[in-house]
Design a protein around this ligand. Structure first.
Ligand code: SAM
Length: 307
């Protein structure tokens, strides 16, 4: 049940949904489903988009109807009501999917973000949460990870290319240190601010363009730098590298955690070769299991830890 809720809350596409219960088990769990999906305080305040709720309840109702064996059995009216509500609110037409609240559960702790649903919109990749950020946030909540241990000793955390802010929000939620969520794009920074407010966390939002704003690093002097899914364009590597080197210059003990998905092996190799040839601190590179928030993806992920 927990997996169903977390997949629904984070808008897992219905074709990838792992139901984990048979239709009959789902039918018998209707009161719990109502409690955990429809009456959940966070999900009723910040529900998934009407388009998503429409698809989800359509599929759920069809599964529940498959489990009907005799005339005394009924699918609960609440699901039909929710389906009709989503149907009445859904925009018709074939435009891009609507922006939506997405709630990520870590140990039942929710973080809700408002996000676009397309990987690029308004000319940026930062209005949607990428899989590396979801996985990194999972590590932040997990006391057995190096990232969690490092953050527990950090007083200043800097996130580069924060996008919608999931990693910074997770760090602010779990730890007392000051977290600086930075990005370059004005729409992204506005979205970040809104997501910080939505979760009532003390995360600080700053513009830090790797090309222009390197001086900001010496104002912050971070103990830990985190970055998810920022290695995708070799044009960005030289300024990004300058920012990383500056972090290590202003604090020799700073640790840097970069997580990414291998989309293009050549680009990843180029970035790692560049790091190895220009940074004297220890660099470790590990493949990691890509499993986050109840979702399993087949993409290959890697972690770079510097310092
Ligand atoms: C693929 S998104 C990843 C967003 C977020 N870290 C995540 O994983 O969900 C890359 C992010 O890097 C930011 N970015 C790109 N160029 C940048 C630059 N020159 N300075 C700072 N941030 C930059 C983008 O605005 C975008 O938010």
């Amino acid at each position: 049940m927990r997996q169903i809720v977390s997949q629904y809350a984070s808008l897992t596409p219905i074709r990838e949904f792992q139901w984990e219960l048979s239709d009959k088990e789902l039918f018998d769990s209707q009161p719990e489903l109502i409690q955990r999906l429809l009456n959940h305080p966070q999900l009723s305040q910040y529900p998934p988009s009407s388009q998503y709720r429409f698809s989800f309840y359509k599929c759920l109702i069809s599964k529940l109807e498959c489990a009907l064996e005799d005339d005394d059995m009924e699918v609960r009216q609440e699901f039909y009501d929710e389906f009709m509500d989503a149907l009445s609110q859904s925009k018709s037409g074939s435009g891009p999917p609507e922006a939506s609240y997405k709630t990520y559960f870590y140990n039942d702790d929710p973080l809700t973000l408002y996000e676009d649903q397309t990987t690029i919109s308004k000319g940026t990749t930062g209005l949607v949460t990428w899989v590396s950020a979801q996985s990194m946030a999972g590590d932040i909540f997990n006391p057995h990870t190096d990232l969690h241990r490092q953050l527990s000793q950090s007083s200043k955390v800097l996130e580069l290319g924060a996008g919608c802010g999931l990693v910074s929000l997770a760090a602010s939620k779990v730890f007392d240190g000051t977290v600086f969520a930075t990005d370059v794009d004005d729409n992204v920074l506005q979205r970040l601010e809104n997501n910080v407010k939505l979760n009532a966390l003390p995360t600080k939002v700053l513009k830090l363009d790797w090309f222009k704003d390197i001086h900001i690093v010496s104002n912050i002097i971070p103990d830990t730098v985190v970055a998810a899914d920022i290695v995708y364009d070799d044009y960005l590597f030289p300024p990004l590298l300058s920012v990383l080197k500056e972090c290590l210059r202003v604090n020799d003990k700073c640790k840097i955690f970069i997580r990414g998905v291998v989309r293009n092996e050549q680009t990843c190799k180029q970035f790692i070769d560049l790091l190895k040839s220009s940074i004297e601190h220890d660099i470790s590179i590990n493949d990691i299991k890509n499993e986050c928030n109840g979702n399993r993806s087949h993409e290959v992920m890697y972690d770079v830890v510097i310092g």
